[in-house]
Write a protein that binds this ligand. Structure first.
Ligand code: HEM
Ligand SMILES: *[C@@H]1O[C@H](CO)[C@@H](O)[C@H](O)[C@H]1NC(C)=O
Ligand SMILES: *[C@@H]1O[C@H](CO)[C@@H](O)[C@H](O)[C@H]1NC(C)=O
Ligand SMILES: *[C@@H]1O[C@H](CO)[C@@H](O)[C@H](O)[C@H]1NC(C)=O
Ligand SMILES: *[C@@H]1O[C@H](CO)[C@@H](O)[C@H](O)[C@H]1NC(C)=O
Length: 544
């Protein structure tokens, strides 16, 4: 009985306490919530009514920021699905950021010079290169006199036909070496435990040669290729983590090693004296030298060059191979079309007869629409780039239905390619699937597609960015990738080892690259390569 009473008493006391606590918590919570919302109300940006509509985060003030950090480039998709607007103002603390979701509006923004990525270049330099304070100050001072615009002009002015053509030739010569080294026969062939890393390996040297010429440091010390990828793989850790020398040791040390090699290279002035160096590299260095930067400073900043040239091409190649080789019928169709661009020549020399296959890559790119369509479809699905610009003055832009929006000076604006590449109203309900024929120009036969819908696709397809900052490496990348994939198709049997070609999963979208990499480097997906019947002794050459 006593027991019973005391337990009841305890229970009652218990519940009174818990009611008190929960009531307090409730009241406290209430006060907190009211003050957050009050703060939110007070701090919310006051928009001009002509600005894009405000989208508030679900967690007041900081929700969008948490979202971006958590989901990185995927965050836009999540917000856009909730708020299907042509353009919106996302609240970030008490400020705002515009984000463009309508393709034609995105084109307008990309083409305009008013929104510019240049203000971020300096922040980017200090985060990515760990640049010394004095160098950063030098960049800032130089920029008072137009350093960054001059640098951007140099990039784009240098990608003229003759110069890119030389890059094509250099890179393809090396690609030929890679394939020609594969021995024939049952004990020949080539096997690699990780297909993604194999693709990384086989383009690093040709790309560095094309950019840095015959004296490039990667040819001299092949181990630098792996070092470059160690840096690339964890570049975002270097940017996002505090004390990177301790918290991101591997990429930190890798960066130091690449920078040392590049500093030596610029100190030897190959950019000035070696005609085999790409115009792009020479012209960028020329601008930096003209603003008084030393070879050491240039080497530090330009250490990113070999990485820029491969960071998107390697995953593109990987996904394109997965997309094509997981579809046997597509492989057959492509093979049938590719043969027309390969010329076989026999020659007999001292060492016996030689069998040469010459691939006309220029014609192949221009005249094999199925290949081009597979390339574009791979870029469409693999790209999660978000271009960020800052508005250098007020402008007004107009969307497809004639609504105008005022964009204010100083605000940042983002153009998320990943969303536009997957919009169902542009790409229809198959938007998330790989369709090898999606980019074939047969609009008349394609279920009454209108000119307008073709135009919407063109506007929404921005794997290389656009406007003034359009990727200058796009045709080089396309050449390198087409040559490698077509050689694999025509001359080799390629088999997956372990997992299948369809099993690779995309990793999380990242802040630094535009092409999404395979999750965990697609560990478990190896590759076996052997020469195809009829192509056993072939020596590959490329024409471009
Ligand atoms: C499939 C391969 C590639 C993809 C998807 C790609 C994509 C891009 C994108 C999205 C941008 C940014 C545009 C913007 O901010 O609006 C860019 C810029 C750039 N890309 Fe590429 N790229 C590729 C290959 C290459 C290669 C091979 C090179 C060098 C040979 C290269 C050199 C550059 C440079 C120098 C810029 C900076 C341009 C500027 O800021 O004005 N890219 N690329
Ligand atoms: C090589 O470079 C040129 C630039 O001159 C480019 O337009 C072309 O598509 C590239 N590829 C081939 C295979 O010629
Ligand atoms: C670097 O990247 C690899 C692969 O993405 C990852 O496993 C590793 O944890 C990263 N290391 C650092 C220091 O960020
Ligand atoms: C977009 O791609 C460019 C070139 O690869 C890169 O410099 C930039 O950091 C990327 N931006 C984002 C947010 O992915
Ligand atoms: C969607 O687009 C693809 C590629 O253009 C096309 O093959 C397919 O027939 C279309 N589907 C519908 C339902 O319109």
């Amino acid at each position: 009985m006593v027991d019973h009473i005391s337990t009841t008493a305890f229970r009652t006391a218990d519940s009174i306490i818990s009611i008190l606590i929960s009531r307090n918590a409730f009241i406290l919570g209430g006060i907190l919530a009211v003050s957050i919302y009050l703060l939110d109300f007070i701090l919310s940006p006051r928009l001009d009514p002509k600005e894009p509509p405000l989208v508030k985060p679900s967690v007041p003030l900081i929700g969008h920021i948490i979202g971006v950090l958590w989901y990185q480039n995927d965050y836009h998709r999540i917000v856009q699905q909730k708020h299907p607007l042509p353009i919106a103002s996302l609240q970030m603390l008490w400020g705002r950021m515009y984000t463009v979701w309508e393709p034609s509006l995105a084109q307008t923004v990309l083409r305009s010079r008013v929104p510019s990525p240049e203000p971020f270049f300096i922040d980017f330099a200090s985060a990515v290169f760990g640049t010394a304070k004095e160098t950063i100050q030098k960049i800032k001072d130089g920029n008072e006199h137009g350093l960054i615009p001059d640098f951007v002009d140099a990039i784009h002015g240098s990608m003229n036909t003759a110069s890119v053509h030389r890059m094509n030739v250099t890179a393809l010569n090396f690609v030929a070496e890679t394939f020609n080294a594969v021995a024939e026969g049952p004990s020949g062939g080539l096997q690699h435990p990780n297909m993604y890393r194999w693709f990384r390996d086989i383009i690093t040297i040709p790309t560095s040669r094309a950019l840095l010429g015959k004296e490039n440091p990667f040819d001299k010390d092949r181990s630098l290729c792996q070092t470059a990828w160690d840096w690339e793989e964890n570049m975002s850790a270097l940017i996002l983590r505090p004390f990177p020398s301790v918290m991101a040791r591997k990429p930190y040390q890798a960066r130091a090693k690449i920078q040392a090699a590049m500093v030596d290279w610029y100190t030897a002035e190959h950019d000035i004296n070696d005609p085999t160096v790409a115009q792009l590299v020479r012209d960028r260095a020329r601008v930096l030298r003209s603003y008084g930067f030393t070879s050491a400073e240039i080497g530090e900043i330009e250490s990113i060059l070999p990485i820029i040239g491969v960071t998107n091409s390697a995953p593109t190649m990987f996904w394109m191979v997965c997309n094509i080789f997981s579809r046997p019928q597509l492989v057959d169709r492509l093979r049938d079309q590719i043969y027309a661009f390969i010329r076989r020549e026999g020659s007999s020399g001292l060492e016996g007869s030689q069998d040469i296959a010459i691939m006309d890559v220029t014609a192949l790119e221009a005249q094999c629409p199925l290949l081009a369509s597979c390339f574009r479809e791979t870029l469409r699905l693999g790209n999660f780039n978000v271009s960020t610009r800052r508005l250098m003055s007020d402008i007004t832009v107009t969307d497809g239905t004639g609504n105008s929006y005022l964009l204010k000076k100083g605000v940042d604006i983002q153009i998320p390619a990943g969303i536009m590449h997957r919009m169902e109203d542009v790409w229809n309900n198959t938007a998330s699937e790989f369709d090898p024929e999606r980019f074939l120009e047969k609009s008349a036969q394609r279920g009454g597609q209108t000119v307008a819908s073709e135009k919407a696709k063109r506007n929404a397809f921005i794997p290389f960015g656009g406007g003034r900052h359009l990727c200058p490496g796009r045709s080089f990348a396309s050449t390198e990738i087409s040559a490698i994939i077509c050689t694999l198709l025509a001359g080799f049997e390629i088999e997956p080892v372990g997992l299948g070609f369809g099993d690779a999963k995309p990793g999380p979208p990242q802040l630094v690259t535009s092409l999404v990499k395979p999750l965990d480097d697609a560990q478990g997906l190896g590759i076996r390569l052997s020469r195809r019947k009829g192509w056993e002794k072939v020596q590959w050459r490329y024409e471009c």
